[in-house]
Design a protein around this ligand. Structure first.
Ligand SMILES: [Zn+2]
Ligand SMILES: [Zn+2]
Length: 282
């Protein structure tokens, strides 16, 4: 990659003029992100000394900003996440499972991100653990790693959860491993039906508890009857759950997911040129 240009370099050069020209139009949150990225791993944030007890070697390093929008910090966080998740992998077969919300829910989720994403996580993981524990299916206590994917505009917003699930789990008494078949973990139609029930029950409870907000074209959904009408077609249709062994193994799925777990708007890797005025990125 050679001497690459980083987002921080661009902000340091062009940031002051940008702040002046956009004065009054930048939010406090945006200004804070800019300052954090500019100061990351510079003397501005101070430093620390790392020393080796054995050889006495000392290394002085500037502190990181740890801002979730900083390409430098998030790149390092993504690498750490991948290393830790790969260390978690058991020597068994794995399944890649995806729970997706129907389009009708996407717009509601877009206006109620925290509440609906939390519910999506709870409903999907509870679905997996419940069906896996059922003696008619696997009859085992399973573990899983779940990652939420949420981007897109209001129109293209299809939040979904990716899961990496071992093909098996602990017996109810915790004494032995119960393995699933190599090519089949749990029936996706059963998963889809329980996921639909758990999610919709949770969503209606959030609505009843006044935990959902509706704006613009969705404003009418604040009315419980209008909301029930909006959900009627969603109740009737099949909720699709994907569950298959990954072709390239669980490592490949984790690597794919790690590119998104700590995603920033633009990573420094995409920037190819900066002449002090214009940025070129691919
Ligand atoms: Zn940083
Ligand atoms: Zn995804």
């Amino acid at each position: 990659m050679g001497a690459s240009i980083e987002v921080a370099d661009i902000l340091r050069v062009a940031g002051p003029a940008f702040r002046t020209s956009r004065a009054g139009h930048l939010s406090l949150a945006e200004l804070k992100v800019m300052s954090a990225i500019e100061a990351c791993r510079t003397a501005a944030l101070g430093g620390h000394v790392e020393g080796c007890d054995d050889c006495g070697h000392l290394r002085i390093a500037y502190n990181s900003c740890r801002n979730r929008h900083c390409p430098r910090c998030q790149g390092a966080a993504a690498r750490d996440w991948l290393t830790e998740r790969q260390a978690d992998l058991l020597p068994v077969g794995y399944f890649h499972v995806v729970f997706t919300l129907p389009a009708e829910i996407g717009a509601v989720a877009f206006q109620n991100k925290a509440a609906v994403y939390d519910l999506l996580f709870r409903a999907s993981t509870q679905t997996m653990t419940t069906i896996a524990a059922d003696p008619r299916h696997l009859g085992a206590r399973i573990g899983l790693t779940a990652v939420l994917h949420t981007w897109g505009s209001a129109m293209t917003h299809h939040p979904h959860v990716h899961m990496i699930v071992p093909g098996g789990g602990l017996s109810p008494d915790g004494t032995r491993w119960i393995a699933s078949r190599l090519d089949f973990l749990l029936p996706v139609r059963v998963l889809g039906a329980l996921f639909r029930r758990l999610f919709l029950e949770g969503l209606v409870a959030l609505h009843a508890g006044g935990k959902l907000a509706f704006h613009g074209t969705l404003a009418h959904l604040a009315d419980p009857r209008a909301f029930a009408r909006h959900l009627a077609p969603v109740r009737a249709k099949r909720w699709v759950v994907y569950a298959k062994p990954p072709f390239a193994g669980p490592q490949a799925v984790l690597a794919y997911l790690s590119r998104y777990t700590h995603r920033v708007a633009i990573s420094s890797r995409r920037i190819t040129a900066f002449d002090g005025r214009a940025v070129t990125a691919h």
